[in-house]
Design a protein around this ligand. Structure first.
Ligand SMILES: Cc1cc2nc3c(=O)[nH]c(=O)nc-3n(C[C@H](O)[C@H](O)[C@H](O)COP(=O)(O)OP(=O)(O)OC[C@H]3O[C@@H](n4cnc5c(N)ncnc54)[C@H](O)[C@@H]3O)c2cc1C
Length: 336
């Protein structure tokens, strides 16, 4: 690792650059925006670490989105993600450059890669954070994460070990405006990259019929357990079609098999930021609301006037979900 020492070490806040499905997967860009804000509070740099092959274009994109420094490890072996190889390479860089904070998206990738990396580095990791801040005096990262089954939001700190690591839920932070004129430093470190002999990637293909549009939709209609049945749930698809939107679901609905898992919203699902979100028959559990707090306007339908969902709703309708859905659909059908 001699060559690494020639560079001025980027030691402040690091974000792992997950550029797979770049145009859909915006979590790295969201973390760059948040990381930059935190780096400014700590008077340090925001560095993005990118691994892969022929990745210069992504390095440039991350600079345009606000990164001060890019550490790019470009090697044919890194073209496809292999958890062992990636962990070895990243652990070596972190041990040499000692960043204070290291963040990744709480995607399937981040959820597999970061715990392994944290163990290798013998440091802590807060999973699925919903908010981040810093204590500028102490240099601490305040990692807010749902705990006790989502009943509480806990602020976690890592006072001794470094880096302070966290995975963060997608969709929580606003990405910065793309600035073509932005200037950043790109470092190509000379780090040893070796393939993991034990694992070979045979094939990689996209899931057929995978949509992922719920995160892009301007209107999202969500159904919870209170919808009552798979048949009733179909009404939500009709409502979403009338409004030009998409359908989301809470966990019990997915567990019942009324809808596919890729529509799950919340702590273990997707986060959405639509202009309008209509949520029917959902109680408003924290693990669910973690995924909808970015919505501009929330309309909640529930028969229980004390349902916690009403605390965050802009408009609340107390009544039978099915009847209100039927009325809404009738009104909308007359208009179209
Ligand atoms: C670690 C962990 C992670 C989790 N992650 C997630 C997650 O990502 N996403 C998620 O959604 N959940 C998650 N959960 C589960 C979460 O805690 C809640 O159990 C879940 O969100 C509740 O879903 P719900 O609101 O549909 O159902 P319920 O809590 O059962 O609420 C149903 C609501 O419908 C109302 N209702 C009933 N009948 C009618 C009717 N006819 N008309 C109108 N209203 C009616 C009721 O008053 C009630 O408020 C997680 C839990 C844990 C422990």
């Amino acid at each position: 690792m001699k060559k690494l020492e020639k560079h001025k070490p980027p030691e402040g806040i690091w974000v792992f650059g997950d550029y797979r499905n770049y145009f859909q997967n915006r979590v790295t860009l969201q973390l760059i925006a948040k990381g930059k804000e935190l780096a400014e509070k700590l008077a340090t740099d925001l560095t993005v670490l990118v691994l892969g092959h022929q990745i210069h274009q992504y390095a440039m994109e991350y600079v345009a989105h606000g990164a001060d420094v890019i550490v790019a490890v470009d090697h044919p072996v890194l073209k496809t993600y292999q958890v062992e190889t990636y962990t070895r390479v990243v652990a070596e860089l972190v041990e040499n450059w000692k960043p204070n904070v290291f963040l990744a998206g709480a995607t399937a990738f981040g959820r597999e890669f970061f715990p392994r990396l944290a163990k290798r580095l013998m440091t802590g990791l807060s999973a699925d954070c919903v908010s981040l801040d810093v204590d500028a005096q102490r240099g601490w990262l305040i990692q807010t994460t749902p705990s006790f089954g989502g009943e509480l939001l806990a602020d976690v700190i890592t006072p001794r070990s470094r880096p302070q690591m966290a995975t963060v839920h997608p969709g929580l932070f606003q990405e910065r405006v793309h600035d073509k004129g932005a200037v950043g430093r790109i470092i190509y470190p000379d780090v040893k990259v070796e393939a993991d002999e034990r694992v070979q990637l045979v094939r990689s293909e996209a899931v057929p019929g995978h949509r992922g549009e719920v995160q892009e939709a301007a209107v999202v209609v969500v159904g919870g357990r209170g919808i009552g049945s798979r048949e009733n749930f179909q009404k939500l698809f009709e409502l979403a079609r009338c409004l030009g939107g998409e359908v989301g679901a809470t966990r019990p609905v997915v567990m019942e098999g009324w809808v596919e898992e890729d529509r799950l919203l919340g702590q273990t699902g997707k986060s959405v930021k639509p202009r309008l979100l209509i949520t029917v028959g959902t109680s408003g559990a924290l693990q669910y609301t973690a995924g909808i707090q970015g919505a501009e306007t929330i309309v909640a339908v529930n028969r229980d006037p004390n349902a916690p969902i009403f605390k965050m709703a802009d408009l609340g309708l107390i009544g039978e979900g099915r009847s209100i859905l039927t009325l809404l659909l009738e009104t909308l059908r007359k208009r179209t």
